[in-house]
Design a protein around this ligand. Structure first.
Ligand code: NOJ
Ligand code: NOJ
Length: 623
């Protein structure tokens, strides 16, 4: 219910013309932001273990993506979501919310432990491969289901968040604690970045394999900041020498019109327009970096052109009916990429809010540098908001500076207003909202990342700025080289990681003929921790990427780790259907004498199996 005084105010304002209508909108927006801020913060806290009220069973410091356990099941902890959430929480702490510090310490503890967990992306020791795992069970144990893995943005994002807090501790004289406790976690992640940045991996949406703008931008920042922190601590960072090459590669996403979001391996239907490029710039934001910095800040002319191209794509009412008839100078609902089919492809809160944050960040950069430059590349972006815009550099004394700044601020606010419009009265933010009437929330409810994006947006809107990280003497190599530095990895025991050692592993190639319908999956389960110790929930997934009608092949090279003293593997193949039917597990145990294991991280296959599924086929439930 609007209060009487507000009604009166609205009436007074409505007596005027269009200006007052927008004034009413502005007042409503301020009210919304004020109301939503504590809701969003609580929404985040409710999803973090061990005390988050919506996520019983979650491990200490582990961020659960959403309490939703079905359609979709997001009751897991993703390294990306967790790192981005803590980036915002650490910001909130630095901007004055001191109560968050114990939680930040829980995060450090949780991540130190997660780093050591063996998983289907690999083991932690000796080569760090396991750090590329996208998600873990809510209690921090490995997740064995089929997934787009590895994802290489997790380690750099985590490093960035931990560095942010470490820099604060250093400024408070707690250098020793940073060196002994937090740096070892960061060092593992940086080693991973230095070793694998030039290897393919899945994008942040977990769907395409290749290289991704978002990932590259996070990788670059982590190596630069990591190098600076290492110097402060008097420690080496071998991986950090890769930074110039990562920066060189980052430039290659520009296609003359926009940032191609991904270089994709294999066939695909993507045109390259993707929110990944907007979110990447939020991670890389440094208000003191010049707008033409190759670190590709939100205010970079190419990034502004890219922003316009991204937003305009979603103005098409055939794609997003929700945006029909919105003029070019007003914000709209935004989704991941135009070809998206996940839940039928809808707008996401975190992308709509992220786009507002993007514009506030650009404004902050102009404010810091006391000027705004319009180039031929960025001119169309500005013209949408200010048709009289022309190229040139406009200092703070120039009227154009103020006009444009205020138009961009209004434009940014209009994206927040779109989120406001589709936020339910209780303030809960799901992952998506429908692109068609009734425009209601859909997919995972109470998405942690959605809440975090609201808080992050508001930090920038309030003028709370992150610390600077882009080096003053940044320069691009003359030629780009895809290189790699072999990393060394060690458990961060001071922070709480178990003292794991290099596991002894026998790589065995399992090949299985099994005809399946689309939606079925096959697993191996058996008497090894790698095969879930007979627990179907943690059985090892086979892959179907070579499956054909002639050869219905399911396969995986599995790095088998056996229990001390056990050399005979007993195992079965198991069929998992897609509608929650019972598993179909083979009756007879199969047996394999496991070849002597090795500890050198070698990928050599020591034994092969070529078998056929024994048992009935599945029957689609058609759910
Ligand atoms: C789950 C992923 O999290 C989501 O990003 C993806 O779109 C769907 N799987 C479909 O692949
Ligand atoms: C699907 C998104 O595509 C992915 O980026 C995210 O990590 C997971 N959902 C969990 O929120």
């Amino acid at each position: 219910m609007p209060s009487i005084s507000n009604l009166a105010l609205a009436g007074l304002l409505a007596a005027g013309q269009g200006v007052s209508a927008s004034l009413i909108g502005a007042i409503q927006l301020e009210k919304f932001i004020k109301q939503e801020t504590p809701i969003a913060l609580q929404g985040i806290l409710d999803n973090i273990g061990p005390n988050g009220v919506k996520v019983p069973g979650a491990g200490r410091g582990l961020v659960i993506a959403s309490p939703s356990k079905e359609n979709p099941d997001y009751f897991f902890t993703w390294t990306r979501d967790a790192a981005l959430t803590f980036r915002t929480l650490i910001d909130d702490f630095l901007f004055g919310n001191k109560a968050l510090e114990p939680l930040i310490n829980d995060y450090i503890y949780g991540q130190a432990r997660l780093q050591t967990v063996s998983n289907p992306s690999g083991t932690f020791l000796p080569n760090g491969a396991g750090l590329g795992e996208p998600k873990y069970m809510a209690d921090g144990s490995r997740y064995n289901g089929n997934w787009g893995r590895p994802q290489r943005d997790g380690p750099p994002l985590r490093a960035i968040s931990l560095i942010q807090y470490s820099n604060y501790l250093v400024s408070k004289g707690q250098t020793v604690r940073v060196r002994d406790e937090i740096w070892p976690i960061i060092a593992n992640d940086l080693a991973y970045v230095g070793q694998y940045w030039n290897s393919t991996g899945f994008d942040l949406w977990e769907e395409v394999n290749g290289a991704s703008f978002f990932t590259t931008q996070a990788q670059y920042r982590s190596l630069v900041e990591g190098g600076t922190l290492a110097k402060t601590l008097g420690l080496p960072c071998t991986a950090c020498s890769e930074a110039p090459q990562v920066l060189c590669f980052l430039q290659s996403y520009w296609n003359g019109k926009f940032m191609t979001a991904n270089f994709i391996q294999g066939s695909h239907n993507r045109g390259g327009v993707d929110a990944n490029t907007v979110l990447g710039a939020l991670v890389a934001f440094d208000p003191s970096a010049p707008c033409d910095s190759p670190s590709l800040q939100p205010c970079h002319p190419r990034m502004l052109a890219n922003f316009k191209n991204f937003v305009d794509t979603f103005r098409d009412p055939a794609l997003y009916p929700i945006n029909k008839g919105t003029p070019k100078n007003k914000g709209i609902a935004l989704g991941r990429y135009p070809e998206d089919t996940y839940f039928n492809g809808n707008p996401w809160y975190l992308i709509t809010l992220g786009s507002a944050e993007y514009l506030y960040a650009a404004i902050a950069s102009w404010e810091k540098s006391n000027s705004l430059t319009i180039t031929p590349t960025s001119l169309p972006f500005f013209k949408d908001l200010y048709p009289l815009a022309r190229t040139g550099t406009f200092g703070k004394l120039h009227p154009a500076y103020h006009i444009i700044k205020s138009l961009v601020k209004t434009y940014a606010d209009s994206f927040v207003a779109v989120s406001q419009k589709y936020t339910p009265p209780n303030g809960m933010l799901a992952e998506q909202f429908l692109k068609t009437a009734p425009y209601s929330p859909i997919s995972a409810a109470n998405l942690t990342w959605s809440f975090a994006s609201f808080i992050g947006m508001n930090h920038r809107r309030q003028g709370h700025l992150p610390t600077s990280w882009v080096p003053k003497d940044i320069s691009l190599p003359t030629t780009c080289v895809g290189s790699s530095v072999k990393g060394t990895y060690a458990p961060a025991t001071q922070a709480g990681a178990p003292n794991v050692t290099i596991p002894c592993i026998s790589n065995v190639l399992f090949q299985l003929n099994a005809s399946t319908y689309y939606g079925e999956n096959l697993y191996v389960v058996g008497n090894s921790p790698t095969l879930g110790n007979w627990d179907l929930d943690t059985a090892y997934p086979l892959m179907s990427s070579k499956y054909t009608a002639e050869r219905p092949l399911w396969y995986a090279t599995i790095p088998l780790e056996m229990e001390e003293g056990v050399t005979t593997l007993r195992y079965k193949y198991a069929r998992q259907q897609d509608c929650g039917q019972d598993w179909i597990v083979e009756e007879e145990e199969r047996v394999l004498e496991v070849p002597a294991c090795v500890k050198d991280g070698s990928e050599e296959v020591l034994a092969e199996r070529d078998e056929a599924f024994e048992g009935p086929g599945g029957s689609s439930g058609g759910c």
